[in-house]
Write a protein that binds this ligand. Sequence first.
Ligand code: ATP
Ligand code: MG
Ligand code: FE
Length: 346
Amino acid sequence: PLVLGIETSCDETGVGIVRGTDLLANVIASSMDEHARYGGVVPEVAARAHLEAMTPTISAAVAEAGIRLDDLDAIAVTSGPGLAGALMVGVGAAKALAVALDKPLYAVNHLVGHVGADVLDDTEHLEYPTIALLVSGGHTSLLLVRDLVSDVELLGETIDDAAGEAFDKVARVLGLPYPGGPQIDRLAAAGDPKAIRFPRGLSQPKDMAAHRYDFSFSGLKTAVARWVEKKQDAGEEVPVADVAASFREAVADVLLTKAIAACTDLGVPRLLLGGGVVANARVRRLAEERASAVGIELRIPPLELCTDNGAMIAALGAGLMMAGHAPSSLGFGADSTLPVTDIQVR
Ligand code: ATP
Ligand code: MG
Ligand code: FE
């Protein structure tokens, strides 16, 4: 089926068009620059930006795909989780489009959408079950996906900050601009990852018993801030590259330790990565090393499909449709805390 997907859960206005598992268009307008001076996404600013970007982004995607809106078989939209005001803009636009065109509408889960992005890759599709590690500015979640359209389980998630959020906060401590992830990644390349031993959250034996698949990054952020402050107070120069490299190592280590543990514990020989933090060079490298060491198939979709986008939402909508799932009724809303087990909102 020919499906148009709309994504507005955070700061990207994403509109994608797919035919089954073929990617026809993936257009993204981001309001990231508008948030830079606040050091993080401002919900109200993001919602207003979605409203302005929505119509032009839909038009651009339709032109890129070379289709007419009338040709569509269905519309899909992210109904959660995410920023409530931002989600509402996408949900409103999708409902309007569905009613005006008289097409079925699928309201879908943003996190499951990240997993669905894999089918748009040119390579052979991922088999199930798979473990999925989703790491972005808003999420750090470990999922067991037995079936994309019918069976997704949350194994664990961050109990405080998301990994991308930690990158952004540590960047601020180091006086680097937002978003901090790419900045720290670049600086870390010139540093020594073993220079400073920063804490690995929830990795001690007692924590592993209760939080085996959960993450915590706020203690790490505080540890980095304290370490930097101490240097500054002593009037010493802060070795920024070493701090960046050591911090990046701590994040990558704990992410991959837990993801690989989930694979081996549950006997699942596949690991899919998604979310903006997947751009991180050390996260990618360590994922490759650790996965190949234990014979796990590692999947990392192209970066434009890892960060928030509309194509992954269209792909999940098409997947639901192909599996014979009925469309959503138009009464659904935006659910900022939609659980990952709700793949589709009826
Ligand atoms: P959501 O959480 O809803 O998916 P988001 O906008 O926070 O939304 P993305 O756009 O996928 O998510 O990712 C942005 C995050 O990824 C930011 O926190 C950014 O710092 C981080 N990031 C981007 N590139 C890198 C990198 N090379 N290394 C580490 N973090 C990175
Ligand atoms: Mg973003
Ligand atoms: Fe996302």
